[in-house]
Design a protein around this ligand. Sequence first.
Ligand SMILES: [Zn+2]
Length: 187
Amino acid sequence: MGQGFKSKHKVAIGALLLASLAAPLAARGADLTFQPPREYRLRFYNTHTNERMEIVYRRGDTYLPAALDRLDHFLRDSLTGDIHHFDPRLFDLLYDLTSTLQNVDGEIDVICGYRTPKTNEYLRTRSAHSGVAVHSLHMQAEAIDIRLPGIPTSQLRDAALRLHRGGVGYYSASNFVHVDVGRVRQW
Ligand SMILES: [Zn+2]
């Protein structure tokens, strides 16, 4: 038994040695080729519901359906509670916007997300919301009104215009910026 055990033992040690030599090489090779997919994270504060949310909505090129569901709920019509599926390109726009302002970890204050046609009409007929359009992209869940605490709204507007992706509306009196993923335009 002694002899057989020894030789088996030697083989095992040899394999271990080989493995320990090979492992660092493999790891080094992996470091060069493997890049973990980028995480797209956003932080929100909803000024109507007082809710907060920090969420990874996309990993690499993949949007995360459960995260998008949560965002749809978070950005619901604040008057009626109705939910609409948001165009995820809007979240990419917000991500790039906060990135260009070096504010990726900062909170985005949400003034308005989705609006039902009924809510849109209600707001439109009140003088305090003279900026509400008849065919607002808020009704297609393709628009959001925001401000970034600590960043002047004019700076936020300029950064949104530089992205050249969709509409940018500047509401200096109410201190927020409208961004959407519709046609490139400005008001
Ligand atoms: Zn808007």
